[in-house]
Ligand binder design. Structure first.
Ligand code: APR
Ligand code: PHB
Length: 388
């Protein structure tokens, strides 16, 4: 098989890249290890920065987003059982956000690909990268028991944290930056009306978040020990722990119900550098992971893909500069979001090894955030997303 860009991974990064390249007349083949149904069943975060919304609209993917997405324009933080602050993001920095689940974006991307024969090969096994330092790299894989080979100009590694692309960069050339947090997030989905606002809470029992997917689908999270499993968390225990962590006024508004999904995710920050090597360019979770606090993961995948698509389009038009600079350009924005999601995680969680000094410092930071419009502006500027 021959194509211009071989894309490994059919999550949001890989399929959006294929879409943006197709818009510019550049061919690609996407290789996805899982089935389409499996990818669409994964529950992920759902808050889009305005830059992400505009990127999706400009790509022709805005129609359902604009009818089913809901605008978010406040950041709400509770502390010690009281609402500490509610910042209007539009008043503060002139930008809003959009609530629209990653699963819906993935559905929109697959539907768009079907509509114009973009090639996505599902259940591709044993994907391997070859000759990435040459000018004719290759990707091999098996499907239905047969081995195939794709010859291409460039490889985009969009295969998430566990995929093979990052490992194709020689280990001695890679530097990995890792921070693991000593807790996880237990998340549930419940077919009940959500709170009208998204609310983060720091309480003596730990972090909690009230979020939403649509008018009859709520998403809630509580911080839990990494040693817990979902078997430790009956629905009753979940609701009483959530209510212990949020203000009474919000708890009184929440309608409880059976969870339709329940899972525990560990929290980590991770960046691997460089993200380009020869003809291989990484994008999204293949190159970096952020903790979910602040919902930056998908937004970063979209910004990487925005830069990479622009760079490849320029390259095919005869200008190599953007592609040479792709790593530096993308990583500058990545580190901005990595630092912000580390800061928001540190501000809102209870750390098991937190000393009384750390606790006071955290309380002081919340007090300062509450008292200072400048501190709120700095938080808001990063929360709504740094410009592309
Ligand atoms: N071969 C082919 N595909 C693979 C392989 C492999 N060996 N390994 C992984 N993949 C696929 C996964 O099945 C997945 O569908 O790569 C895809 C990567 O998708 P994501 O993990 O969703 O990562 P990305 O597209 O970068 O999107 C980032 O998704 O993970 C969330 O929090 C993250 O919201 C962020 C966004
Ligand atoms: C979510 O809705 O899943 C969500 C929202 C905001 C976050 C993280 C996750 O900061």
């Amino acid at each position: 098989m021959q194509t211009q860009v071989a894309i490994i991974g059919g999550g949001p990064a890989g399929t959006l890249l294929s879409h943006l390249l197709a818009n510019a007349g550049i061919s690609s083949i996407v290789l996805e290890r899982q089935s389409r149904e499996h990818v669409l069943s994964r529950i992920r975060a759902g808050v889009l920065e305005w830059g992400t919304v505009e990127t999706l609209r400009a790509a022709g993917l805005g129609e359902r987003l604009d009818t089913e997405g809901h605008v978010h324009d406040t950041i709400n933080i509770a502390w010690r059982g009281q609402q500490l602050l509610s910042v209007d993001t539009f008043d503060m920095v002139g930008k809003r956000m959009m609530g629209y689940g990653q699963t819906k974006i993935q559905e929109d991307l697959y539907a768009a690909a079907d509509g114009r024969d973009q090639q996505i090969i599902f259940e591709a096994e044993d994907v391997a990268l070859h000759d990435i330092e040459s000018d004719r790299p290759r990707v091999t894989f098996t499907a239905n028991g047969d081995t195939h080979e794709i010859s291409c100009d460039y490889i985009a590694g969009c295969d998430g944290f566990h995929g093979p692309s990052r490992q194709a960069i020689p280990a001695e050339k890679r530097q990995e930056f890792l921070k693991e947090y000593p807790f996880g997030w237990l998340g549930i989905l419940s077919e009940t009306p959500p709170l009208p606002i998204l609310m983060y809470a720091n309480s003596e029992h730990g972090f909690a978040l009230c979020s939403m997917r649509n008018p009859m689908l709520s998403r809630y999270y509580v911080q839990c020990p990494l040693t817990d499993t979902t078997d430790d968390w009956s629905d009753d225990r979940f609701w009483s722990e959530l209510f212990a962590r949020i203000p009474d006024a919000q708890a009184a508004q929440i309608q409880t119900g059976p969870s339709i999904e329940k899972s525990i995710a560990p929290l980590r920050s991770f960046v691997s550098e460089p993200i380009s090597w020869g003809r291989l360019h990484l994008a999204g979770d293949a190159a970096h992971i952020v903790p979910p606090t602040g919902a930056k993961g998908l937004n970063l995948a979209v910004s990487d893909v925005h830069y990479l698509s622009q760079a490849l389009i320029a390259q095919y038009a005869g200008d190599p500069v953007l592609l040479e600079q792709y790593g530096a350009t993308a990583l500058r924005r990545v580190w901005g979001a990595v630092r912000f999601s580390w800061w928001l995680t540190s501000l809102l969680h209870r750390f098991p090894d937190q000393t009384p000094f750390d606790q006071r410092a955290q309380e002081q930071e919340l007090e300062f955030l509450n008292a200072s419009a400048h501190a709120q502006a700095a938080m808001t500027e990063q929360y709504v997303g740094l410009p592309l």
